[in-house]
Write a protein that binds this ligand. Sequence first.
Ligand SMILES: [Zn+2]
Length: 298
Amino acid sequence: MTDKCRICGATGHTPLWTVSGFDWVKCLSCGSLQTTKIYTQNELGRYYASDYYEGYTGRQDQGAYIDYIGQKAFIQGNLARRVRWILGQTEIPREADWLDVGCAAGFLLEVVREYGCRPWGIDYSDYGPRYARTSLAISGARQGVIEALPSDFPRHCDVISAIDVIEHVTDQHSMLTHCVQHLKAGGYLVGETFDPASLFARLTGPRWHAIDPPNHFAILSLRGIDTILRSHGLTKVGAIRLPRRLSLPAITTKFGVIGRNLSVGLYSSRLASVGVPVWLGDVVLWIYRKEIDNHRAT
Ligand SMILES: [Zn+2]
């Protein structure tokens, strides 16, 4: 990598740790954490093949999930709580075009459709969108990236969401910039991201579960996100830290290789349906709004 921060473009950084063969640095200007090397497109393609979402067998270069679809109830419960909060903070119209970037299997899109929104989703992997189309009847779920939206998608959306996504991509600045470009005037950009300044992050350092390359290449600071979005004329609507309910095996996957191997057994046991509320305070759900045209003209 060049010496520049991939988020804010500043040059000063301090080295942190080496985790799974990736060196991490912290930008002295915006406080974002990032790896010094990132995956090529070929490496990303291999990583997000279908075994990212299922079938973990212990290989280190394998994906992050063991049974993503099997965890639908937990994941969707968490997402529904977030959608309710977002709807309470905003003036999202009925029948809004809602684009979920990094839509995975379309669990969030199924929730927003229940509220009357038109669901659109893209994901780097084909596995999730295919499930959303065939099992959830969400025809607007496709493999793709925000930098090249499918031609039949609306060019501008009322809402664009990116929940647990920004840390996965290799060019966060490009992703956020393209999100802004595909928002209507007055539209909302919502995201949930890890907070490197949270107490839990500072206490756990390199053992923080957010520091897991090549799953994550950058943990953006709230200041870094704010700097990019304000530079595009967005204003902050609100932010909140919400707990998540996780299944017991989903929690054990956070504890290294031993935990992940233990969780393989748990997923096939009755404990797979035991839900545990987790409040680490290390993720933040935020909403920004694109300026309404001629907003200040009157
Ligand atoms: Zn920076």
